[in-house]
Design a protein around this ligand. Sequence first.
Ligand code: GSH
Length: 273
Amino acid sequence: MSRVEVYGASHSPWVQAVLLGLHYKEIECEQTPVPPLSILFSSGIMMPAARIGDAPWGLDSAQILQSLGYESISKDDLTRVARTWQGVLHRADNPWKFFRGFSWLSTPHPSIMVRALRHILRPFVTFYFFTIIKLAVMSRKSQSPTSFTDQFLHWEKKLQHSESHYFGGENPSIIDLQLFGIIQCHCSIPYKPLIETLQSDASLPKYRAWIARMQVTFSDYPHLFSSGYFQPYSAQPVQAKLWEKSAFWAGTGAMIAFFPVTLMLIMILLLRR
Ligand SMILES: N[C@@H](CCC(=O)N[C@@H](CS)C(=O)NCC(=O)O)C(=O)O
């Protein structure tokens, strides 16, 4: 396989789906948490984006996974997967937890200068996502569901009528990768009531068993945030080093100090969406 580059942070469910898909197929990738300029000008902050060899950057996790060899899934399945994402909006309830969660993300790269620059710039992406999540919560469109269980029941029922290991049969499909990506997103900045629903709600036994199977399959995957919340428990992803976190907070401080500029850039990106 040619060189694969992925832009995106592992807090995003859709970036997770791509990283999980690459990991399952044992394809190495170079991941960057800040958008390369060519992406910033064409599609803004939208993640994931991926480039395989010399092909242009591609957007959309399902499309990217298809270009990696996964079979396409129906529109209906895509919509039903996306419904399990609703509670994720709670991640911005507590701004401190939100920013701290982003500060923990490590961004592997052999060059210390590149790593430092990424950590200094990453707070901008964090501010951007904080803003769009807050806007989504405010615009009643993406209201949080009253019950956190309902969004998973469709998939629970599917598992009750299936003997297979995965939704995809013998191998994970795009459905497995996206659903499990959403679980990783829930666990990366946990909203306690939601995680507790997934961990212990009596109507989701099969879904939990599927999570456990996925955890075994992806036991050596480096972005497994769910490992601390579901069986079989294992270590959480490696956090950024202290100096890297400090660079992140220095970048955050600079963006607060120049808040009018930060806000103007966020507005420009929001308006061209
Ligand atoms: N259907 C897309 C969804 C991608 C998406 O919504 N990404 C979010 C991050 S989780 C994003 O980058 N949003 C930025 C924006 O809307 O400007 C996929 O599967 O890749």
